[in-house]
Ligand binder design. Structure first.
Ligand SMILES: [Ca+2]
Ligand SMILES: [Ca+2]
Length: 203
C-alpha cells in the first residue's frame, strides 16, 4: 500500500509538472488587501479585451485601480521584485478618454506627474511613445528596464515594433461578505463538531 501511495504521489507530481503551462506571467492568483480582493490573470489580451473579460465575470469585479502608495506597493510585492521576473507589462484599469487619464472603475481622473495626489508614473511617462506608432492610451504597470511596476502608458496591444510585452491584467473587487446561509451552515457545522467532541469525552 505504501509503495502504491508513493507511486501515485510521484506520478501526480510528474504529470502536473508536465501539464502546467509555462506562463509568461509566473505569478498569477488572488490576494486581498484592505478588504479588497485582487486577481492577477496571465493573458496576452489587449487592454480592451481585458476590460471585457473582467466585466464578463460579474460578481463585482472591475479593472483594478491604484489610488494609494500602499495599494501600489502591495500589488508590486505580489507581482514580485528583482531581476528574475520575466514579466514586462501588466494592465490595470486606467485609460485616456478625450485627452484625460481616468480610472475605468470610477471615472476619477488619474493624477499626472507633479500632482500632489498619488501617482506612480515612470520617469518621462506618460509619453505617448513620443508620437511614434499607435497612440498610447492604456495604463500598464511596467517591469521593463528595472522599473519595478512603475506606471507607463502603452498602446492597445502593449506592443513596441514587432514585440509584445503584455503578460496579463489585474482585476479587483470589494471582498464578498459570506451569505447568511453560508454563515448558518458554518455555525451549525461548528456546533456539530462541539457535540461530537463532548460525546467523545463523556464516554
Ligand atoms: Ca483599487
Ligand atoms: Ca509610454
Amino acid at each position: 500500500m505504501k509503495k502504491l501511495s508513493l507511486f501515485l504521489f510521484l506520478t501526480t507530481i510528474l504529470v502536473f509538472g508536465l501539464i502546467v503551462p509555462v506562463s509568461a506571467l509566473p505569478i498569477t492568483g488572488t490576494f486581498t488587501f484592505e478588504g479588497h480582493e485582487y486577481e492577477v490573470v496571465s493573458s496576452d489580451s489587449t487592454w480592451e479585451e481585458a476590460k471585457t473579460e473582467i466585466a464578463a465575470r460579474g460578481g463585482g469585479w472591475y479593472f483594478a485601480d491604484i489610488t494609494s502608495e500602499l495599494e501600489q506597493n502591495f500589488i508590486a510585492d505580489f507581482l514580485g521584485h528583482g531581476a528574475v521576473q520575466s514579466i514586462d507589462l501588466v494592465w490595470v484599469g486606467g485609460h485616456k478618454v478625450g485627452g484625460t487619464w481616468v480610472w475605468d472603475s470610477t471615472e476619477a481622473s488619474i493624477p499626472l506627474p507633479g500632482s500632489a495626489s498619488y501617482q506612480n508614473w515612470a520617469s518621462g511617462e506618460p509619453n505617448n511613445n513620443n508620437g511614434i506608432g499607435p497612440p498610447e492610451l492604456y495604463l500598464a504597470l511596467d517591469k521593463r528596464d528595472k522599473r519595478d511596476w512603475l506606471w507607463n502608458d502603452a498602446n492597445l496591444e502593449g506592443a513596441y515594433g514587432d514585440a509584445y510585452y503584455v503578460s496579463g491584467y489585474i482585476a479587483e473587487r470589494v471582498s464578498p461578505v459570506p451569505e447568511p446561509a453560508t454563515m448558518f451552515l458554518l455555525g451549525s457545522g461548528l456546533i456539530g463538531v462541539g457535540v461530537f467532541v463532548r460525546r467523545k469525552f463523556k464516554r
